[in-house]
Design a protein around this ligand. Sequence first.
Ligand code: ATP
Ligand code: MEV
Length: 439
Amino acid sequence: MSSEIDSQFLDVSPSGDYLNKSNGIVFTVSAPGKVIIHGEHSVVYGKLALAASLGLRTSVTLRESLNLDTSAVELHFPDINLHYSFICKEIQNLLDKPLPTTMGTTSFNLEFPQRIDHDLHLKNIEGFLSETGSYQNLNKVQKNALASFLYLLIGMYSSVNVKLRPFHLSVSSQLTLGAGTGSSASFTVGLVASLLHFLKLMVKENDVADNLSKAAYLPTKLTIGSSSGVFSPEELQIISDWGFCGEKIHHGNPSGIDNAICTYGSFVVFRKGTDLEKKRITYPLRLLLINTKVSRDTKSFVMKAADFIKKYPAIGNHILEAMEEISKTALECLQNISELVDDRTKETFEKLGELSEINHGLLSILGVSHVTLEDIIRILKDYGLKGKLTGAGGGGYAICLLPPQLRDSDLDDAIANLENCGYDAKVTVLGDSGVRVDS
Ligand SMILES: Nc1ncnc2c1ncn2[C@@H]1O[C@H](COP(=O)(O)OP(=O)(O)OP(=O)(O)O)[C@@H](O)[C@H]1O
Ligand SMILES: C[C@@](O)(CCO)CC(=O)[O-]
């Protein structure tokens, strides 16, 4: 069936030539992490959120296996200590079965992940996995990562008319897992992008006709034209939409903001159920990221906020409304910075600090703060800085936008103090590029 495998195939360095015939297909894609500046939790209830990509990324390297003896799909996820392999023929059997969809297979193709019957598809994938050798012994993090990969592979490839080739896929991330900086979305978006790019390269080599879909599925309009490193707008939409399906495995009821920001990068405003809007913010923003080192899972804190809102609906709604106003006001501030003269820039950063302080207070009321987050915010205050939690809360990261007038010596002191108290603190930039093919 399938088995955990040891580290005998660790040489995954990309050749840089991803259509090299003698070595097979080899390439690396990467997706950024994200930070929610304002709007976590309220975004789940249709409120506006403001988010940015981080200068920290997850890289996925895919290498076609030319060794026919292995004939496997091999996974190497060192960040979660997981090495796993599947026999290609068994994956092919799954691909040959009709996909569970909400409107029948004739209404489904690669372009419409939202038409997959998510629960049934996931159940089938977990059913298959549970019969594989060592799956039962894995922890929740490993099981989720494996289920996401297989969900995406089977979901994306079942409807296309291309025979699966054996490959080895390796993931490594600069992000801390489960800390509020979108590691799951960065991981999922990276997986989707690598599977889409692999498909494009296989199609290009096989010279498949225009319609990629199998006869039983809806013909696809997707033109697999360029296999260059740039994803077209249609492909980015597909990546974000499949990323959303993957996020459902990690988060239960995600808003969609994480997969969107990890796909498109830069700055975005987002409201659930509507198209995200990219925002141009020209001011070079620096962010202090402080890791509480307390891990938590997003799903349970989304549920915690939901419990508060259910118990106190009127109060909860006022809090959500206030969070909407905070996102709007912060966006206005950020968009105006570059046009302002010095004094007004200082004033704007003061306002941005106050907005963070207010939002953190509101998030605490929803029950998603943590004693370490409160401690960090108190330490920051000693240096005139104002921070907030980011993402689901309950631990994870705190963030603090760094005002330009902050002296380097004060920043160094603040970082030293935070580190003395047992936290990790690092400065990063905001607005890195979205998912891309690196080599
Ligand atoms: N580098 C990685 N390798 C393998 N699996 C990963 C990797 N990064 C993330 N994952 C998967 O994503 C899950 C982390 O999701 P979780 O939502 O708890 O954290 P997060 O995305 O960092 O937080 P948030 O959604 O609040 O920003 C892990 O349990 C794992 O299954
Ligand atoms: C807590 C939350 O708002 C952000 C998680 O990064 C959940 C979501 O939007 O899916």
